[in-house]
Design a protein around this ligand. Sequence first.
Ligand SMILES: CC(C)(COP(=O)(O)OP(=O)(O)OC[C@H]1O[C@@H](n2cnc3c(N)ncnc32)[C@H](O)[C@@H]1OP(=O)(O)O)[C@@H](O)C(=O)NCCC(=O)NCCS
Length: 149
Amino acid sequence: MVRIRHAEAADYGRVSPRPDAWWGGRPMRTMLPRLFFEHFRETSFVAEDEGELVGFLCGFLSQTYPDQAYVHFVGVRPDRRGGGLGRELYERFFEAALAAGRPVVRCVTAPVNEASVAFHTRLGFEIEAEVPDYDGSDEPRVLLRKNLS
Ligand SMILES: CC(C)(COP(=O)(O)OP(=O)(O)OC[C@H]1O[C@@H](n2cnc3c(N)ncnc32)[C@H](O)[C@@H]1OP(=O)(O)O)[C@@H](O)C(=O)NCCC(=O)NCCS
């Protein structure tokens, strides 16, 4: 049975090696620093089945926009996709965001990641914009936003 709980600093060592493979070979590991597992535990989650890591979500409450929360990374182990786990991880984040008085959730994803755009759209996110060079030269991003209230 899958159990979702808050992330702990001790989780970082086993989550960190996963993104490159889970994101289909794109070099993602360096985009997931330990700080999420140290400083953003209240808004970051891991999903385990019999102790095995099957998914995670890292997010935070915006320091700048008092009504917003932001999701940096969400990943589900490839053999566990399509069963609602990604949605469940987000629902835990939405609960945490609302409890903290943050009715707006934002995230960005790469336009090449069509699965991510489709997933977020199914979760009720709207595309705000697609911005070329958003994360630097040749790094376009799709900006997504969901209003929880
Ligand atoms: C994106 C990801 C997290 C989705 O996880 P998941 O557990 O398969 O998603 P769910 O089963 O909860 O799906 C939720 C909804 O999104 C839809 N969805 C999920 N993946 C989809 C895809 N590839 N294409 C179209 N729709 C998709 C589902 O059909 C479902 O819709 P419904 O609830 O209305 O029927 C997972 O595919 C993944 O880890 N991808 C690699 C990492 C990544 O790209 N992360 C996002 C950017 S940070």
